[in-house]
Write a protein that binds this ligand. Structure first.
Ligand code: HEC
Ligand code: HEC
Ligand code: HEC
Length: 125
């Protein structure tokens, strides 16, 4: 038999746990950025979306790309800004432009005390 007294609080704790990165970060998208090594502007002028958008949303974008991959395999992401399609891939897309992970992703994550566990499995460029 189901025990609602146990299951419901369990579900609430589960929901809070999985949405934690979302509500914990509400209002904190404005962080200071250390000096970053950006792609050569001659080769790439823009990120996939605007700087502000990427700063605030890259985690959600990657999460979504992962879900897309699990559900449908690789898909094309249409960027209005670039008028171009991008493959929904962390290693093949993000890291293709941001090839110096240490001087880009890591530097900012260290400064903001975030440590994405993605590289436990994904191969660093
Ligand atoms: C086509 C090349 C290209 C791709 C692909 C790309 N970026 Fe970028 N990214 C750039 C460039 C150029 C900049 C600096 C100019 C700008 O902000 O648009 C940048 C800026 C950023 C910034 C803001 C840095 C700052 O100054 O605060 C973040 C965060 C970022 N990228 C993350 C990502 C992530 C995550 C992905 C994959 C989902 C990705 N980028 C894919 C070229 C790219
Ligand atoms: C301008 C600073 C900055 C840059 C550059 C940056 N990040 Fe982030 N990233 C953050 C911050 C801050 C967070 C924490 C979440 C938040 O504040 O919303 C984060 C979180 C993440 C997360 C989610 C981690 C988690 O445990 O929730 C992933 C995945 C991620 N970044 C991937 C990347 C990748 C890949 C790159 C390089 C292509 C990159 N980031 C570059 C600032 C940055
Ligand atoms: C336990 C291992 C593991 C961890 C940790 C992990 N992934 Fe993955 N991820 C995979 C595997 C396996 C695939 C399937 C594609 C493959 O075989 O390379 C995948 C696919 C993806 C894809 C679509 C395929 C591609 O080329 O990028 C994205 C996007 C992605 N993961 C993002 C992330 C992000 C962001 C993190 C960190 C927040 C992360 N993953 C952490 C194992 C992992």
């Amino acid at each position: 038999m189901y025990d609602a007294k146990k299951i419901i609080p369990g579900l609430i704790i589960f929901a809070l746990f999985f949405t934690f990165p979302f509500w914990f970060n509400l209002g904190t998208a404005a962080y200071t950025t250390p000096e970053l090594e950006l792609p050569d502007p001659e080769e790439h002028e823009h990120c996939i979306e605007s700087t502000e958008y990427m700063r605030a949303e890259h985690m959600a974008m990657l999460d979504e790309w992962r879900d897309i991959y699990v559900r449908d395999g690789y898909q094309e992401y249409w960027s209005e800004l670039n008028q171009e399609y991008f493959l929904t891939s962390l290693t093949k897309t993000c890291m293709d432009c941001h090839s110096d992970k240490e001087k880009f992703c890591d530097r900012c994550h260290e400064a903001t005390a975030v440590d994405p566990y993605c590289w436990d499995c994904h191969i660093e460029p």
